[in-house]
Write a protein that binds this ligand. Structure first.
Ligand SMILES: [Fe+2]
Length: 153
């Protein structure tokens, strides 16, 4: 079985998780204001989660015969997550909202990954996408709560 759509979505995820990690790093560095002392280290936790998912999805792609993108240029060209040079003019809530937007995009992408891998008969990849999506959704709930909103999932 060729699993072309599954491979394509795994590679899209590799690019997007890499860029999401850079976005969270930017938020980690550029936040200023009340909440810094707990949210600054929280961003380290989020990067660890993203990097864990990145490694797992990349290695699954290799396992099923694919080739993950692996350069910064490829990540940037393929990823649909937006990342602009930072300045100091955003509130912490605005920065958290950027992370939520990226996480919601990733959760949708992983849903597509679940559907494609199910269609192509790859239950293992579907399971990996499913647990990665569950982790993202839990984080979305927590981040939305931090800025006073319902998860909106
Ligand atoms: Fe740091």
């Amino acid at each position: 079985m060729s699993r072309e759509k599954t491979k394509e979505l795994l590679n899209q995820s590799v690019a997007d998780l890499s860029k999401a990690s850079a976005l969270v790093h930017q938020v980690h560095w550029y936040m200023r204001g009340p909440g810094f002392m707990k949210l600054h280290p929280k961003m380290d936790e989020l990067m660890d989660q993203l990097n864990g998912a990145l490694d797992e999805l990349s290695e699954r792609l290799i396992t099923i015969g694919g080739s993950p993108v692996s350069t910064l240029k490829e990540f940037d060209e393929l990823s649909k997550i937006e990342l602009e040079p930072a300045d100091w003019n955003k509130s912490i809530a605005e920065r958290i909202e950027e992370v939520v937007t990226a996480y919601k995009y990733l959760a949708d992408l992983f849903e597509q990954g679940i559907e494609a891998s199910d269609e192509e008969g790859d239950a293992v990849t579907s399971d990996i996408f499913t647990s990665a999506k569950g982790g993202l959704e839990k984080t979305i709930w927590m981040l939305e709560s931090e800025i006073g909103r319902a998860p909106g999932l």
